[in-house]
Design a protein around this ligand. Structure first.
Ligand code: ADP
Ligand code: MG
Length: 756
């Protein structure tokens, strides 16, 4: 469901705008959570359920999360602020296991009387941390019967609605508290009829898997009589999400296969054969195997729709290049799409280098039977761009490298046969959507640098077949990774520079990676606090500046570059700088110097994350490592240990020991298994992020389904859908399912559900 309120008269109860259903005031509140239609509201499922009187466990509260907890007041105190006028009232509350958090109120000293020890209530706010204690700043609250202030009508209504039962605790906002949401949901459910809730899951499927009708499941999840009913409702709705998702993916896949693609076969002494003959190293067994699969597919007449996954450094680019050469050798063209212009330029460089004379046909030292690799980016000077466009339209360019703008209408290919999409570690799928939307039947190969757990591959890339490169080329050295906790041991940073010095003295090179560029480069992660909390926190900080300074901004490459010139341990070393704001010429000059061994230590931003191949680099220092993602760190360290020298990666962090950030760093240090890290990363992230919704800002449609954990549900749903599609490929006999899939496709979900 999840149709947002559409213009015009609503087609069904689910499409009814909440303003019509509940009135403007309630609708405005719910709007703060992005809830506009009845469907939106009914799909806003409880985060958990609580029995009145049961206390919420504080275990697992996460910093930054908006939570509602039920807890008992342990003690209350008020004091004057030290550096400004006003008071701070601190209320310590406990959960059932005696864990404590603090509620902090500014200039509300009356809270001390209101919240006397022993008072039980719901407290709602954003979790923050001061020193080692979690706290809720200026929380909203709803007190139990008998407590001062409990005469409030909302409190009574809330209590009455759930008396004796399980009270749902909803993801809330400052304006739409869990009790507001519960009341609104109750109002809708009171008049909801079964026929208002179309069920995309056919009755026989439901029967086979013991699922409830959808309407019953919706009631069960919001207003369960007991745990068993709630679980049945949740199970049904989770399956329904998986079922609709798989129907969309498998239908897209089936449709794409209906359009025949050009067959690209091999012949004796073709371009690929000559490339292989000149390759200075043998293919790994995996490259060999996947290469055969791709060859077979390219000559089959059915369009390739394949995901190539493999850990950092597993040699995906070479596999993709060989597939492209197969197509080019048989008369077609290949396009390689990178996520950014910088990466496109790097791909262009590395493909050109790999091809040697075979990639320079038409030039003096080129092989006349070879091809040409052409770069096309938006920022190229007009003349160069025009030249590139000409090479592309005449077919002179066999391989074209660029960003997804390459697929725009203005770029015309002579005979495009294969598109390779380098997604790096992102999960976005917009490139291949663009391609399908143009209705072109070309072969598509998507490369992903992060190994993807099977279920995620089945969901996010569920329209693709999968190939895996599971070994690294011979000669790759392991990278030992260590967390350097400068909060606990400030002196260790000296040890870091000393280590860099040792490597350089051995003839090696070093990377120092920073999160920001510098002076006016801005902070690259902009997690804004809501204004109120920020004011509160600032007052709090002023008050407690002795024990909890605000976190300083991350180290900036420009500053670090300057500071290291004066670092005694590095005296006399040649220190270079590389970041995304530099001109292409400057970047090229720096990289050339690095490759020539003229730079000992390269201070850089994450531009070194991908494509940079410096075989002589053996040590990498990542500053403020906690501000990088797990897969990003894994990707970064893949840049060292490439040239037969063992690598060492030092993750420097200022975070104290028990924290989520430190846990992530420890995970990276503890394994070199990209699959394990990908799992860890996904589990640590919030649901919606997994599907890449962050890229388009659209809400993910998956509420209950956890793509990492729900292996069985996803597998079962996929099998059921596959069987159904054999009988009814366009879902003509399953209008509810077709409608659910179409709504999912129309509702801004194209970013993860491939279009047909
Ligand atoms: P990925 O894109 O999977 O991270 P790359 O394709 O960039 O990995 O390969 C990393 C490096 O390994 C490149 O320098 C590439 O030339 C090299 N390489 C690829 N395949 C082999 C192989 N079979 N033997 C040795 N080196 C290889
Ligand atoms: Mg690569």
């Amino acid at each position: 469901m999840s149709a947002s309120a559409a213009p015009g008269p609503p087609r069904s109860r689910l499409d009814t705008p909440l303003s019509r259903e509940l009135g403007k005031k309630a609708a405005d509140r719910l709007e703060t959570l992005g809830l506009r239609s009845v469907a939106d509201l009914l799909e806003h499922y409880p985060r958990r359920w609580t029995r009145r009187g049961d206390l919420t466990s504080f275990d697992g509260l996460r910093e930054g999360e908006h939570v509602t907890v039920q807890a008992t007041v342990a003690k209350a105190s008020t004091r004057a602020m030290r550096h400004r006028r006003g008071t701070i009232t601190e209320i310590v509350v406990r959960d059932g296991a005696g864990r404590e958090i603090d509620l902090v109120f500014f200039n509300q000293s009356w809270r001390k009387e209101q919240l006397a020890a022993g008072t039980v209530g719901f407290f709602s706010g954003k979790v923050s941390r001061r020193a080692r204690r979690l706290q809720l700043l200026q929380p909203d609250l709803l007190l139990g019967r008998g407590a001062a202030g409990a005469a409030d009508g909302e409190a009574d209504a809330f209590a009455a609605a759930f008396a004796g039962g399980l009270a749902p605790v909803y993801p809330a906002s400052a304006r739409a508290q869990t009790w507001h949401i519960g009341k609104a949901v109750g109002q809708v459910l009171d008049t909801l009829r079964d026929e208002d809730v179309p069920d995309p899951v056919p009755a026989d499927v439901r029967a086979r898997h013991g699922l409830l009708p959808r309407a019953a499941a919706v009631r069960a999840i919001h207003r369960p009589a007991d745990e068993a009913e709630r679980d049945a409702g949740e199970r049904t709705l989770r399956f329904t999400e998986a079922y609709v998702l798989q129907a969309g993916l498998l239908r897209a896949r089936a449709r794409a296969r209906l359009v025949p693609a050009t067959r690209y076969g091999r012949h004796a002494d073709d371009l690929l054969a000559r490339f292989d003959a000149a390759l200075p190293f043998p293919l790994t067994a995996g490259q060999e195997r996947v290469g055969h699969d791709l060859e077979a597919e390219l000559s089959s007449g059915t369009p390739m729709q394949r995901l190539l996954q493999g850990d950092v450094g597993s040699g995906k680019t070479l596999v993709a290049l060989r597939a492209m050469l197969t197509v080019v050798g048989a008369g077609g063209q290949a396009a390689l799409l990178a996520p950014t212009e910088v990466l496109a330029a790097q791909h262009h460089r590395s493909l050109t280098a790999l091809l040697g004379p075979l990639g320079r046909a038409g030039t003096l030292d080129g092989d006349p039977d070879g091809t040409r690799v052409t770069l096309l980016t938006g920022s190229m000077p007009v003349a160069a761009r025009r030249k590139a466009l000409l090479e592309i339209v005449t077919g002179e360019a066999g391989i074209v490298v660029g960003t997804h703008a390459l697929l725009s209408e203005t770029v015309e290919f002579a005979d495009l046969g294969i598109v390779v999409v380098d997604e790096q570690h992102r999960f976005g799928v917009e490139q291949r959507d663009t391609l399908r939307a143009r209705g072109v039947s070309v072969h598509v190969l998507v490369m992903t640098a992060t190994p993807i757990p099977r279920t995620v591959a089945m969901t996010v890339f569920g329209d693709l077949d999968t190939s895996v490169l599971d070994e690294l080329p011979a000669g790759r050295q392991p990278v030992a990774t260590h967390v350097v906790a400068v909060a606990d041991h400030p002196a260790w940073i000296e040890r870091v520079w000393a280590r860099v010095r040792e490597e350089v003295d051995e003839g090696r090179q070093a990377f120092v990676v920073c999160q920001r560029i510098g002076a006016d480069g801005g902070v690259e992660d902009g997690d804004q606090e809501p204004a109120v909390a920020e004011r509160g926190e600032r007052a709090e900080r002023d008050e407690n500046d002795e024990d909890d300074a605000p976190r300083p901004p991350a180290a900036a490459a420009v500053d670090v570059h300057e500071a290291l010139q004066a670092e005694p341990a590095l005296a006399g070393l040649r220190i270079g700088l590389l970041h995304g704001r530099m001109s292409s010429e400057d970047k090229d000059a720096v990289m050339t110097a690095v490759l020539a061994g003229e730079v000992d230590v390269l201070v850089a931003t994450t531009v070194v994350e991908v494509g940079v191949d410096v075989p002589n680099a053996s040590v990498m220092v990542v500053l403020d490592a906690d501000r990088f993602g797990v897969s990003q760190l894994h990707q970064l360290r893949g840049r060292i240990g490439r040239g037969g020298h063992a690598g060492v990666c030092l993750l420097v962090t200022g975070l104290p020991a028990p924290s989520d950030g430190r846990e992530r760093l420890d995970a990276v240090a503890s394994t070199t298994d990209g699959f394990a890290l990908a799992r860890f990363d996904l589990q640590a992230r919030r649901e919606g992020d997994v599907l890449g919704s962050a890229q388009s800002g659209a809400r993910s449609s998956l509420r209950l389904l956890r793509v990492v954990d729900d292996v069985d549900v996803i597998t079962t749903a996929r099998e059921e859908v596959a069987a159904l599609l054999v009988e009814d490929p366009e879902l003509d006999r399953h209008p509810e399912l077709r409608e659910a899939v179409d709504i999912a496709l129309a509702g801004g979900r194209e970013e993860w559900l491939a279009r047909g």
